[in-house]
Design a protein around this ligand. Sequence first.
Ligand SMILES: [Zn+2]
Length: 399
Amino acid sequence: MGAPPIRHGAALIDAEGRITAVGPDAEVPSPPGVPRTDWTRAVLLPGLVNTHTHLELTGFAGQAEETDFSAWIRRIRALKAERTPADFLAAARAGLAQCHAAGVTTVADTGDSGAVIEVLAEAGGSGIAYHEVFGPHPDQWRESLAGLEARVEELKRFVSARVRLGVSPHAPYTVSAELYVAVARYAAREGFPVAVHLAESEAESAFLSDASGAFADAWTARGIPLPPLPGRSPVAWLDAHGALGERTLAIHVVQAGQGDVARLVKTRTAVAHCPGSNRRHGHGNAPLAAFLEAGLRVGVGTDSVASVGTLDLLAEARAARALAGLTAEAALALATRDAARALGLEREVGTLAPGRWGDVTAIAIPDAETPDSAMERALASAPGDVLETILGGRTVYRR
Ligand SMILES: [Zn+2]
């Protein structure tokens, strides 16, 4: 990505798991004793980067069919309440295996079980685990923040060069203004990346702009005071509470106008674009072309299997292409180079270049004649076309 495709290309990965050379096979050193794998009729891509998963929800595909978004959220909550910590670990393991089988080597995952960061650590995986925090009542924020800090301290033991910890104040309809401010300060102090579900549904917009709609009704019924600072869009509202910024990943961002895009640019906030999930829940299409035109950092994400059924990141890249009229290369970049940039990991993953981690996905392309058609074929591939997935020089999946 970012350079022309190489015919008969090769990459050399060192014992530390970093790429040391990329180029035409004849020019890449082949030191004695270094195992060598040859693929024919395949394209090698950087390991794919999924900017939004909930791997602890693996196994819930087809179990939450509600069309109404609030009802769907309630269903997920009920399904999660039945799971034990061991269930969440098993789900996270299965989810990570699905990612590897689909060519994904790095995930940006949100959840509140703590299972995903543990599984990333045990599997030698790569990613950011954003630990979720909830708390809609303004009087709850100290307790919620203390709970988050305590959990984060426990989870720090799983952090490594490839496994990072972040925080995620879940969404404006589950988190009070006070809690956003407190979590944003905490994240800044600790240097944590932040992920927020933002501007996803029309109900969220109505909730923040004039305190109406399903979320407002639910809060009122529970005796929770409605959010302050009405009259704002979700993006403007979150900005007013200090939660946007260079280390913030805004997930979905469907309900956004020009002023919101300008605000995301100004604050250097990145976007996780999840077209399949947005469509599944009837939220509409995110203004992806406007994001890209404005120079926002954007990557594609699948969201959870409870929303989209399967973790097929290239399907999301194809949907993004259709939405914004992209070239095959630009669409693939949203699942590799640009996704890495959105997560602040562009010096680590997302491209095949010396110094990057040796994360490689080999995808079968039986009959591509030219580099351009190889790109097209790679983008059109299904998870079943992935021949091998290599993470830091180690095979984590082979067909
Ligand atoms: Zn999500």
